[in-house]
Design a protein around this ligand. Structure first.
Ligand SMILES: *[C@@H]1O[C@H](CO)[C@@H](O)[C@H](O)[C@H]1NC(C)=O
Ligand SMILES: *[C@@H]1O[C@H](CO)[C@@H](O)[C@H](O)[C@H]1NC(C)=O
Length: 451
């Protein structure tokens, strides 16, 4: 009798074990992999609501005092396990505000935190040392709408409430050249760690949407990021001089790159010397007139150990875009991009050494970036106008560029083939055939030998 009960208990376990083993052996593991366990999700006993602090979600009342008072209380009472700041359904208009450590900003379904459109009193903060100045204009920059500096253990989550930057006033100032300083990001975390951003909708950011800079242990998943296709510089997620970042299961449709990994700008980034490393991007869907997965162009602190996989893009400028420039210095190395589907794009793949502007005239034209060990595998493109272009630098050819199993189909009239210069690498099963610089290899082939 006991034999029977043992097998009843253990058989399902063995079956589950076999299934797991089989699925990883056949590579299904990739698409199921997740990094949502990396930052421990803490249960917070202490909960407060923005309405306890006088918050009114009528879309007209300016709630800056309520946000600042609630966060001041979290910061100073320091409840064990941290505190949840609950935002109920309603439209909560506010000026920009800063978060504190050990808190969860929880947006209920139907909750909207909306930026005021009066930009006159918007706080200014110092430029990032790795940029030496604001990204758009010299000097200070506007603080992000929701800001975090030197924090740990912060979550922004909930039931898909919305954080709305009402960016149009800022886009119009950019268009009419009346901006005084660099526009605010929607969310910036600086010098922070153990950050989770999930189940929130971000819309109409004035500038980049989510900017973790000098951060580690950042997980972003199940977010939706929306901005019009013609909104200037509304990048989705820009991990910058940060490590251990994971971005997955998100939809991003904006006016600029969907995900762009950066690490500082020319002589300032070189001097600061903080790389971006160990970044995973997985199961991202979206559209943009610029790039889907971008690396650069600000690469001066170095960018290494990046994995992007299961990316599905439509109506794109460029599917995969690795970009840098002279004066950047730094490096881009050990990049693995696989399982990309791209439909209706100007370019499938573009790797370029001549992209992006300089902070000032003091950049060193001899500071050439090193681009080495880029493995792009399994890309399927439909209606792609230009298959690809890999243009390295004369004094610093891109090496170890390895392309495999890539099919980029054109439309009837516009289709052109690859362009290559100053590049060394290999290719296997790439259609159309890329270029002689990428030595064609045969069956028993391994990219790692080119790293
Ligand atoms: C939020 O939206 C995302 C994307 O549509 C979805 O995957 C997720 O399940 C939603 N989360 C909640 C809590 O409704
Ligand atoms: C890389 O990041 C992942 C999370 O994305 C983490 O689990 C892993 O430990 C990190 N590896 C290193 C070498 O830091």
């Amino acid at each position: 009798m006991w034999r029977l009960s043992i097998s009843v208990v253990f058989l399902p376990c063995i079956a589950a074990f076999l299934l797991t083993a089989l699925s990883s052996a056949y590579g299904y593991g990739d698409s199921e992999a997740t990094c949502s366990g990396i930052v421990p999700l803490r249960y917070r006993n202490d909960k407060i609501s923005i309405t306890d602090f006088g918050g009114v979600g009528d879309g007209r009342t300016v709630n800056t005092k309520a946000f600042r008072a609630a966060i001041y209380r979290i910061q100073h009472l320091r409840r064990r396990g941290g505190t949840v700041l609950y935002i109920p359904p309603g439209v909560f208009l506010t000026e920009s505000f800063s978060l504190t450590s050990h808190m969860t900003l929880f947006l209920a379904r139907g909750a909207v935190i909306k930026a005021v459109q009066d930009t006159r009193n918007w706080p200014l903060i110092d430029p990032l040392p790795s940029y030496g100045r604001g990204r758009e204009l010299p000097g200070a920059r506007y603080m992000s709408f929701i800001h975090g500096d030197g924090l740990r253990d912060v979550f922004i989550t909930g039931q898909n409430g919305t954080i709305d930057g009402q960016g149009e006033v800022w886009w119009n100032m950019w268009r009419s050249r009346t901006l005084k300083f660099t526009r605010p990001n929607l969310i910036e975390f600086k010098n922070s760690k153990e950050i989770i951003i999930s189940n929130v909708i971000f819309q109409n950011s004035p500038f980049w949407n989510i900017h973790p800079v000098y951060c580690s242990d950042v997980v972003i998943h199940h977010v939706t990021i929306l901005a019009p296709q013609d909104s200037p510089n509304t990048d989705g997620i820009d991990p910058d001089s940060s490590n251990n970042v994971c971005i997955e299961d998100s939809y991003i449709s904006t006016g600029d790159d969907l995900v762009a990994i950066k690490s500082g700008w020319d002589e300032y980034g070189i001097a600061f010397g903080r790389p971006s490393s160990n970044i995973t991007i997985r199961r991202i869907t979206g559209s943009s007139p610029y790039a889907g997965i971008a690396i650069g162009s600000e690469t001066s602190g170095g960018i290494k150990n990046i994995v992007a996989e299961h990316i599905s893009l439509s109506n794109m400028g460029v599917g995969v875009n690795i970009k840098t420039n002279i004066g950047r210095g730094g490096y881009i190395k050990n990049i693995k991009i696989s399982n990309v589907y791209v439909e209706n794009a100007k370019y499938g793949i573009k790797i370029a050494g001549d992209t992006g502007d300089h902070p000032d005239a003091f950049y060193n034209p001899n500071a050439l970036p090193i681009v080495k060990g880029i493995h792009i595998n399994n890309v399927w493109g439909v209606n792609v106008q230009n298959a690809g272009s890999i243009q390295g630098l004369k004094g610093s050819p891109f090496t170890g560029i390895c392309l495999s199993e890539i099919n980029l189909h054109g439309s009837l009239n516009s289709y052109r083939t690859w362009k290559c210069s100053d590049v060394i690498g290999t290719s296997l099963k790439v259609s159309p055939w890329p270029c002689s610089e990428l030595r064609t290899t045969s069956g028993s082939y391994s990219c790692s030998s080119t790293f």
